[in-house]
Design a protein around this ligand. Structure first.
Ligand SMILES: NC(=O)c1ccc[n+]([C@@H]2O[C@H](COP(=O)([O-])OP(=O)(O)OC[C@H]3O[C@@H](n4cnc5c(N)ncnc54)[C@H](O)[C@@H]3O)[C@@H](O)[C@H]2O)c1
Length: 391
């Protein structure tokens, strides 16, 4: 058995899906069947081709139907504008594909319900890319609530501040079109709301205090393709921004109340997902800027010395335990990425790519000698009551 994979959408998140399928078999022990990387689909042919080449997919397609019709493809990520999810997912499910669809599930609730109905009738597997509960820090907080370390949740605070919409010359794109609620709320509020129910452990029963704001009311029409939040050449023409740059709301989960704030015009916060949960026995917080750490406060110690402490995430924490290459307790989540960039730099040098066009070279053997000369000097100094040793 082998699994044929395709990604539809080669934009900002599409590349992340393509890369993730490549890395997935290297995590944990090799239990997966053989993976075949078949196609990247995008109406933007050069982008599809470049992404397919970059991540080692056999081909690119400009019409998603070519992917739906290919019997060698079993698994498809749908990573295109929210308003296109229904049509494409329907076609893929009709063709029997397993589908991982990006969030929010659709552009409207009606379309999302229709997709859920289609999924119930389908024989294949359907999932949504609400990625963040897989963050080991968020999952650790959830575990500390469930196992009683933090105890009963008293209240919850979540915000997802982004700054991708701050520049008024950032071009109009699908992200800025659609009714109020399809902007920042759908884009990042979808993550934040999903996470809150996961962490608190209860579904939201009521929301109140909902309010929207559009801070930048029109944006320039681009002259080229817009990828993700990126800039491109713009024309003099401007179009109205239809949806929310900012949203706020509160929610009641059973007896727990939470407050929420989302923005795409929060200067200085490229990806500012931040949750904090206050509980009977203490509190915990997570910030996406420091994804390899979580903060934990527990009542009980001397109030003169007690306070939030930082826990480094690694092989003792959910989702990543047993999955990291350097799977050592206390070696932080994120450490392994450094090895990948090091390997890339080494391979580029071996491939003859000039240094000016490559990553900075890794340390030379001479650097290694110099490094050891310093260590030897330290040892000599220590052996001689801390005397000064010249290099
Ligand atoms: N989970 C996450 O963290 C995360 C992050 C970013 C985006 N997303 C989601 O991913 C999806 C895509 O977002 P993005 O930022 O990558 O968008 P994007 O605009 O960067 O990319 C979308 C791509 O879809 C292509 N496209 C348009 N119509 C198409 C069609 N009919 N068939 C094939 N390709 C088509 C475009 O040419 C573009 O390259 C959205 O649903 C978004 O909410 C999720």
């Amino acid at each position: 058995m082998s699994i044929g994979i395709a990604v539809i959408g080669a934009g900002m998140a599409g590349k992340a899906h393509a890369a993730a399928y490549r890395v997935a078999p290297t995590l944990y022990q090799p239990t997966l069947p053989e993976l075949r990387f078949v196609s990247v689909g995008d109406v933007n042919a050069p982008l599809a081709e470049a992404t397919a080449n970059r991540y080692g997919f056999d081909r690119h397609d400009t019409d998603w139907r070519a992917i739906a019709e290919d019997p060698d493809i079993h698994v498809v990520s749908v990573v295109i504008a929210n308003s296109l999810h229904l049509e494409v997912v329907k076609g893929l499910l009709d063709a029997g594909k397993h589908v991982l669809c990006e969030k929010p599930l659709a552009d409207t609730l009606e379309s999302a319900r229709e997709m859920a109905r289609l999924a119930r009738e389908a024989s294949s597997i359907t999932r949504v890319g609400l990625t963040y509960r897989r963050q080991p820090g968020i999952a650790a907080i959830k575990n500390w609530i469930d196992d009683g370390t933090l105890g009963r949740v008293l209240h919850y605070s979540g915000r997802y501040w982004c700054d991708y919409g701050c520049n008024p010359n950032g071009p109009i794109s699908w992200r800025y079109k659609g009714p109020m609620g399809s902007g920042a709320l759908a884009d990042v509020g979808s993550h934040l709301t999903y996470l809150s129910e996961f962490v608190v452990g209860q579904n939201i029963q009521t929301v109140s205090g909902g309010a929207f704001m559009t801070a930048i009311t029109e944006r320039p029409v681009p002259l080229g393709a817009v990828v993700g939040h990126g800039m491109t050449e713009i024309s003099d023409e401007r179009e109205p921004v239809e949806n929310d740059d900012y949203a706020t709301y509160t929610a009641l989960f059973g007896d727990v109340r939470g407050s929420f704030e989302v923005s795409r015009v929060a200067a200085g916060y490229p990806n500012g997902l931040n949750i904090e949960v206050f509980c009977e026995n203490g509190a915990a917080s997570f910030h996406q800027d420091t994804p390899s750490q979580v903060r934990l406060y527990l009542h009980g110690d001397d109030p003169g010395t007690n306070g939030y402490r930082t826990v480094n995430l690694g092989s003792d924490h959910p989702y990543v335990a047993g999955g990291m290459a350097m799977d050592v307790s206390g070696v932080g989540f994120g450490q392994n990425e450094g090895f990948a960039y090091q390997a890339r730099a080494f391979l580029e040098e071996v491939a003859g790519i000039p240094e000016a066009e490559s990553l900075p070279r890794n340390a030379s053997f001479d650097d290694g000698v110099h490094n050891m000369e310093i260590l030897a000097a330290v040892a000599e100094s220590a052996a001689n009551n801390g005397k000064t040793v010249h290099l």
